[in-house]
Design a protein around this ligand. Structure first.
Ligand code: WT7
Length: 648
């Protein structure tokens, strides 16, 4: 392959592929009209979409009500999300889920079958006494049963909170306790990279930490490994199902009833439970699947996200199913047994739309730049990325090698909080440049502002990325923490804008380029982590006195973690190399593997300002190998600088 990087300029634009454009869900004219309609009458714009796209039990009268930061959408309407995702597609013998396991077993579930499975499991949950508004934690890999569990909760109005099955028992316990979950749904175990992950054991460990609210733990027998069984609480999935198929009437949900809680990291040590409501969330999921992913009923859509993240909620489960398309799920590692696994799955299953993270693209590119050449990837017609800015080299490789130089790429910017894509190109319409997520979708009023909140219109001048007008799928708050909700997202500009926490700039064409976070949040392999969260995990180790965590640029992960650590008195003689390894394992047990620090430095003290604040800029300079830009004259001991630079 010729060296594409050398011929690459940031300004190289990619025009929409005419063949794609001739059949895309949204044409240039329609996109212009959508933007115009929104500008003319934003209420009418959302009203029309909500009426057309959602199957209502009772249609709404009021469109948007309330004032910042508390908005309500379609408040007096009633619906059930599962009627939208299942009931309206039954009787068509259409595939809903194609599941590929790590060991390459294939399981296809039609909409009719999924409807039956969800109804039966809903019946079982109902039978256990769970009621609308109760919280249920789902701690499972991305398999059909976890989707069944999610949808069954939605059918009954139980508020689900999916916890990524890579999180540790402590992270799990914190989430269970924060939302006071009544039940947990899990599996005995599952395989990743051929290794057994004992999910039920992690649940047991979490419960042993004290989770008083939990009454039942439902276990789906997935792997067949032995588990400890607590008869007063544990029950097998199979044993609670009805003997004969049951139909469960979908709970009438008000538009504003909560659909789910999803925990995500913020700039304090404690993850926040982002809450999403029913109708508004569903609406943005549906329209973005249609507009950005050009989703049609005949598509096979593979979004590689785990259902433990928002992408798994909106682009594996709710959006694609409410659009009546077929989703493919794979619950194994991208490199198992070899780094060609993704390409093989696309070929064998004729995937038409593929959505993944830049970090996965970079990993697979590094492990086998030419491996895709061995596969027939012609079924693909659209590619997507999410989670972090994609570097031009990976973008171009993705386009040429995976997309056969023909597939449009949609670089989608959004967040757990926004519920669905906010800034993204429309394939077939928008000209793209590698590295920009282009422009806000119709209905999304995104702008870049300066410290005072004034809009920046000058090209390439960076500022805060904010959203001015409310949109249906916006978060409704943080579970149990109004104050934090207001402070994190609204107070900076006195409720005038929703503050995304990202910084960005606009180029001369009006394309938005995400520059990074403005807060203490880092993005490791597309996963969001708070530096404070990692610091508190490290500090909870017996030997550790203090810690500061910063990120640096990483070729594969995008960002990686450098932890600066000072030890308590009496521990200065311990073997630092061994301790660094121990601390990595410690962080793994406290949070999960994704939070393990890549680099650790030990020093006698952390550099501080006169007022006692840790000099984070200095630490960032060191972690990033940059020239030191801070005044170091206040450091008590110049030797500390040397220690900080000694990286393990
Ligand atoms: C943060 C949100 C939304 C699903 C995945 C992550 C970063 C997300 C992009 C993109 C540049 C992006 C932002 C954002 N981000 N997509 N296309 N280009 N950066 O969800 O964990 O809620 O993280 O991910 O920094 O704020 P999340």
């Amino acid at each position: 392959m010729k060296n594409i990087e050398s011929s690459l300029k940031e300004s190289r634009t990619y025009k929409p592929n005419p063949k794609f454009a001739s059949n895309s869900n949204v044409t240039k004219k329609q996109l212009d009209d959508l933007h115009k309609n929104y500008q003319n009458d934003s209420e009418q714009f959302w009203k029309d979409l909500a009426i057309n796209e959602i199957k209502w039990i009772k249609q709404f009268e009021t469109c948007c009500s309330g004032v910042a930061p508390y908005y309500k959408w379609f408040e007096d309407g009633e619906l059930n999300v599962t009627e939208n995702c299942l009931d309206r597609f039954i009787g068509r013998s259409k595939n809903a889920i194609i599941h590929i396991s790590e060991t390459n077993d294939k399981n296809i579930i039609t909409y009719d079958e999924l409807f039956v499975l969800v109804n039966n499991f809903s019946w079982a949950l109902q039978n256990l006494g769970l009621k609308k508004g109760d919280r249920v934690i789902i701690y499972m890999p991305t398999i059909p049963e976890s989707i069944i569990a999610v949808l069954s909760c939605a059918r009954l109005g139980l508020i689900h909170s999916v916890v990524f099955a890579g999180f540790s028992s402590e992270s799990l316990a914190n989430r269970i306790n924060d939302c006071e979950a009544k039940a947990i749904i899990t599996v005995d175990g599952f395989k990743r990279n051929g290794k057994l992950i004992q999910a039920k054991k992690t649940v047991d460990d979490a419960l042993a930490l004290g989770c008083k609210s939990v009454l039942k733990c439902i276990i789906f027998k997935h792997n067949g490994n032995r588990i400890a069984f607590n008869h007063s609480q544990d029950i097998w999935w199979d044993e609670i199902l009805p003997n004969k198929d049951k139909i469960v009437c979908p709970e009438k949900m008000s538009s504003e009833d909560l659909l789910f809680i999803l925990y995500t990291s913020g700039s304090t040590g404690k993850p926040k439970g982002i809450i999403h409501s029913t109708a508004g969330y569903l609406l943005n999921c549906i329209i973005t699947n249609k507009w950005v992913f050009d989703l049609k009923e005949e598509d096979i859509f593979w979004c590689t996200a785990d259902i433990g993240w928002i992408t798994g909620h909106s682009y594996v489960i709710y959006g694609p199913l409410a659009t009546g398309s077929t989703i493919l799920i794979y619950d194994g590692a991208p490199t198992y047994p070899k780094p060609d696994r993704f390409w093989r799955i696309i070929q064998d299953n004729k995937v038409t739309i593929f959505y993944t993270a830049p970090t996965a693209i970079r990993t697979l590119m590094k492990l086998g730049e030419n491996l895709p050449d061995n596969f027939n990837l012609e079924s693909l017609r659209l590619l997507g990325t999410v989670g972090e800015p994609i570097n031009p080299k990976a973008w171009v490789w993705y386009q040429t090698k995976i997309g056969n130089s023909a597939c449009p790429i949609v670089d989608t910017w959004w967040q757990t909080e926004t519920g669905a894509n906010m800034i993204a190109p429309l394939p077939g319409v928008t000209e793209t440049i590698p590295g920009t997520c282009t422009q806000a979708l119709p209905g999304i009023d995104a702008l870049i502002v300066d410290e005072k909140g004034n809009e920046i219109n000058k090209a390439n001048q960076g500022g805060y990325l904010v959203i001015r007008k409310p949109w249906p799928s916006m978060l409704r708050g943080i579970w149990g923490d109004k104050k934090r909700y207001q402070e994190t997202y609204w107070s900076k500009f006195k409720n005038k804008y929703y503050v995304t926490g990202d910084t960005a700039r606009k180029d001369k064409y009006g394309n938005i380029w995400i520059m990074g976070r403005a807060d203490d949040v880092v993005n490791i392999s597309g996963h969001r982590l708070g530096t404070m969260e990692i610091e508190s995990a490290i500090v909870s180790h017996d030997f550790v006195a203090e810690s500061a965590v910063v990120s640096y640029k990483h070729e594969i992960k995008g960002e990686a973690i450098h932890a600066f650590v000072t030890l308590k008195d009496g521990y200065s003689e311990v073997n630092k190399k061994e301790l660094a390894e121990k601390l990595r394992e410690w962080v793994k047990t406290k949070i999960g593997s994704i939070a393990k620090p890549d680099k650790i430095s030990f020093s006698n003290a952390l550099p501080k300002t006169r007022s006692g604040k840790i000099m984070r800029r200095l630490l960032r300079n060191i972690a990033r190998g940059e020239a030191i830009s801070s005044d170091t004259s206040t450091l008590e001991n110049e030797d500390i600088l040397k220690q900080l630079q000694n990286i393990l």
